[in-house]
Design a protein around this ligand. Structure first.
Ligand code: 26Q
Length: 814
């Protein structure tokens, strides 16, 4: 590769000439992007092969992280960073009059995920590789990622995300490693010497073709690179199926074309919903496609070891990211029994010791329950095995709780002709974890209490984390340099050592530099907004940020109601001395989620009024930034002063945006929910603004009633005014119906998410934020405390815990 800037420039220019046949002054940014990423990929390729060789030789235990989502975002900048080449390349390109930042903008985001769960998988891959673990991702190469969001007249419009259009430079197609996945057909059972044998006939076959993406670990001062693999599967038709469809069976060429279409649809798009499970056949097909293909390739690698399958759990760990890949459990059972000749008991033991499961939600509407009939038709043999798992599981329960048939019914895997995937996942794995302490407690004490009583040793907590390499070093390089200049750079490999900057929390010099960096980041974001939307942004205002998927429980609605209240206040008291605020939103709504889309419309409607009212425009601004994505997050988060983490307590399993914002020095206004609780544990009331009901209070209301939203509406004039404004044409609404369902969700629906209940204490916290911000020295001290304590939330800590406590793996010895 290249060891210094001059070498880089030489090689880069040679590539430009040999690959493009153009002089340097004629190349476009897109050309530069392509050349640069190819250079890196080729270079990484050699190191990748070296890691693979090493893993084979050492016979290290391998982890496979199965996930329907990997929200990896852009790779150029991060790969440069992790390879230790960022500085050389940036300066080299500068010399040639090219800005690396502009080149990075050429890359399409790999948006193969909805939100938290998908981004967590991506952060985990970065930590696995950076810590030197043999841990790989296994997912689907969706042709279309999460939709591109446009705002038209204040409304969300979804466009297909054609991210592969210009090619994806980081992937390698491995047609030689394709595997066959089989759907449908019927099972033939035959008995021989007292043994039963099962064969599936007349199935439909599809090819799963892997595309491998190198996951390059942070090199730091290591002599070697550690490069794992993210293997993404793409569905392709099997040509021989043409014979079958066109042959004597009465089929014809049109059948084959239909088959082609239906195969391609398997990996065509990502389901754009992160909260409402729907029993869609195509989604189930995607899930089985991933499990079957992933497992075949995992076992093929294992076969090279020439060990008996008794040793599988010592060599392989399979982790399922929520219940979406749960079918890996019956699929592994099928292979062990039907193909490897194991009996039930041993196969079950091997399976349970191999698989582990993470739960990411307690929202009941998100729990997967597939109609039994659907699974039976799509994978008949797998369904037989699920039935047998259920029969044995229920029998065991009946033996254990002979007088408690209700409990057995509640815990059954198949009930009411539905397969409960969470029950299957718990029964068939050795570890079940929640993603924050509070979330795990709620699982153990409420949602999965029966399972916890049955298998207490399986349940454990692994509080989520984020990779500080992308979210601090890459997104906020100036802050990263300030930290390293002050405490050295050991924190980069030991992020908990960020606490070292605490000693500078009141240091005027450090504070000034931190303030200047925040200001610079705010200007950077402001120019993005000004360029894109043509609106001026007041960079002397508090940047108050809420960026995440749009969902009722996340309460963007509460935020905008409060903005409406601030506006009303300013209008009625023009001389009101308010610290200027800029409220920034970024959020995609599931395309079929009406209330969420109405909330987007409301935010844009309020923005339009507020930003165009000369009475308030110096003090209050609202921006909805369209198409929130990983790359946009990297622009917004370093510029934030305030982080809105305001979910109804008990609803947000963890949250990870909260951690990213904390790490970049934003102060949190939040409820005692998810990982906020653990942030508060480290920060205390002095450095965080906690408000609202806690989880116990919320769950008590749900259980025992006693909340009346209308009472609050009637007794608090601030609330009555903003709620009425939703349906009264005038200040905001154009007519009485466009926000009617939002209005009704509060009053007729009795405010399921306690927005009105929490409004007063939320508003009070905002008053405290304002007061705190007026004291800049004190604010900076709080901000530095946030950065200092964010080390706990590095995904390196999280992955270390998964590795030692669940997967039992060690870093590969170099
Ligand atoms: C399921 C079946 C069919 C179609 C879609 C789905 C589906 C897809 C995505 C269900 C859920 C999701 C995503 C859930 C998610 O992102 N959960 C978030 O996970 C984060 C990482 O643990 C947590 O921090 C968040 O609190 C949690 O909401």
């Amino acid at each position: 590769m290249f060891k210094n800037k001059e070498e880089f420039k030489q090689i880069f220019q040679n590539n430009v000439v040999s690959k493009l046949g153009k002089p340097l002054n004629e190349v476009s940014n897109e050309d530069v992007y392509t050349i640069l990423s190819r250079m890196l990929r080729e270079f990484a390729g050699k190191e990748w092969a070296a890691t693979n060789r090493e893993l084979r030789q050492d016979q290290e235990k391998q982890v496979y992280y199965l996930s329907l989502e990997f929200l990896i975002g852009r790779l150029l900048g991060n790969n440069l960073l992790n390879m230790g080449l960022l500085k050389i390349v940036k300066e080299g390109l500068d010399d040639l009059g090219i800005s690396l930042g502009d080149i990075e903008e050429e890359e399409a985001d790999a948006g193969l995920g909805n939100g938290g769960l998908g981004r967590l998988a991506a952060c985990f891959l970065d930590s696995l590789a950076s810590l030197g673990y043999a841990g790989h991702g296994c997912g689907i190469r969706y042709q279309y990622g999460l939709f591109e969001q446009k705002i038209v007249d204040g409304n969300q419009v979804e466009l297909p995300d054609d991210w592969l259009q210009k090619g994806f430079e980081w992937e390698v197609r491995r047609a030689d490693r394709k595997v066959e996945v089989r759907f449908g057909g019927h099972v033939e059972t035959r008995e021989e010497d007292g043994e039963l044998y099962f064969t599936t006939r007349d199935y439909e076959a599809v090819w799963a073709v892997p595309y491998d993406v190198p996951v390059i670990g942070y090199k730091g001062s290591n002599p070697d690179y550690h490069i794992n693999t993210l293997r993404l599967w793409s569905a392709e038709p099997v040509r021989e199926m043409a014979n079958r469809n066109m042959g004597n069976g009465g089929g014809n060429y049109y059948n084959y074309l239909n088959y082609n279409r239906s195969v391609e649809s398997i990996s065509e798009f990502l389901y754009p919903d992160d909260s409402h499970y729907e029993g869609r056949l195509l989604r189930l097909k995607q899930q089985y496609f991933l499990c079957s293909a992933g497992l075949q390739s995992i076992l093929r690698t294992y076969d090279k070891l020439n060990l008996s399958y008794d040793h599988l759990p010592d060599q392989i760990a399979i982790h399922i990211n929520d219940t979406h890949p749960t079918l890996v459990i019956p699929e592994l059972m099928r292979i062990l029994m039907d193909e490897k000749g194991y009996g039930w008991e041993t196969a079950w033991d091997i399976t349970c010791r191999t698989v582990s499961y993470t739960n990411h939600t307690i929202l009941s509407e998100a729990l997967e329950r597939w109609p039994a009939q659907m699974i039976r038709e799509l994978m008949p043999r797998v369904y037989m095995i699920i039935e047998e798992i259920n029969t044995r599981f229920c029998k065991m329960l009946m033996d254990k709780y002979p007088n408690d048939p209700d409990r057995v019914a509640h815990m059954a895997i198949i009930y009411d002709d539905q397969v409960k995937m969470a029950h299957l996942a718990i029964a068939g794995s050795h570890s079940v974890n929640g993603v924050a302490a509070l979330h795990t407690d709620i699982l153990k004490e409420r949602e999965m209490r029966n399972f916890y009583e049955l298998y207490p040793q399986r349940f454990n907590n692994k509080t989520n984390g984020i990779t500080h390499r992308r979210w601090l070093m890459h997104a906020n390089p100036e802050l990263c340099d300030l930290i390293s200049d002050s405490i050295g750079s050991r924190w980069i490999t030991h992020p908990q050592e960020l606490v070292g900057i605490l000693k500078y929390s009141e240091d005027a010099g450090f504070q000034e530099k931190a303030a200047a960096i925040k200001q610079h980041n705010k200007q950077h974001l402001a120019s993005y907004i000004e360029q894109k939307y043509g609106t001026v942004v007041n960079t002397d205002s508090i940047f108050d940020v809420q960026v995440k998927r749009l969902h009722a429980y996340k309460r963007q609605f509460l935020n905008i109601l409060h903005v409406m209240y601030l506006y009303n206040q300013l209008k009625s008291m023009p001389s009101h001395d308010m610290v200027p605020r800029t409220f920034i939103f970024g959020a995609k709504a599931a395309p079929g989620y009406y209330l969420a889309k109405s909330t987007i419309k409301l935010i844009n409607t309020v923005a339009n009024v507020v930003n165009n009212d000369p009475d308030v425009k110096d003090k209050l601004n609202v921006f909805f930034l369209e198409n929130y994505s990983v790359s946009l997050a990297e622009k917004i988060i370093p510029a934030a002063d305030v982080s809105e983490q305001i979910s109804t307590a008990s609803k947000e399993a963890s949250g990870t945006g909260n951690m990213k914002l904390m790490m970049n020095g934003a102060l949190t206004i939040g409820t005692m929910d998810g990982a906020n609780v653990e942030m508060h544990e480290m920060l205390g009331d002095a450095n965080m603004f906690i408000f609202g009901l806690n989880a116990d209070q919320v769950m008590n209301y749900y259980q025992h009633g006693g909340y009346n939203a209308r009472d609050i509406y009637n007794s608090d004039p601030r609330i009555k005014e903003v709620v009425d404004q939703l349906v009264t044409p005038g200040a905001f609404a154009q007519n009485s119906y466009e926000f009617d369902s939002l209005y009704r969700s509060l009053l007729d629906g009795n405010d399921e998410y306690f927005m009105l209940k929490d409004f007063d204490s939320y508003a009070e916290s905002h008053v405290q934020i304002e007061a705190a911000y007026r004291n800049q020295k004190d604010w900076l001290k709080k901000s530095i405390h946030n950065i200092a304590h964010s080390g706990k939330f590095s995904s390196d800590r999280t992955i270390g815990q998964y590795a030692s406590e669940i997967w039992k793996i060690h870093p590969v010895n170099k």
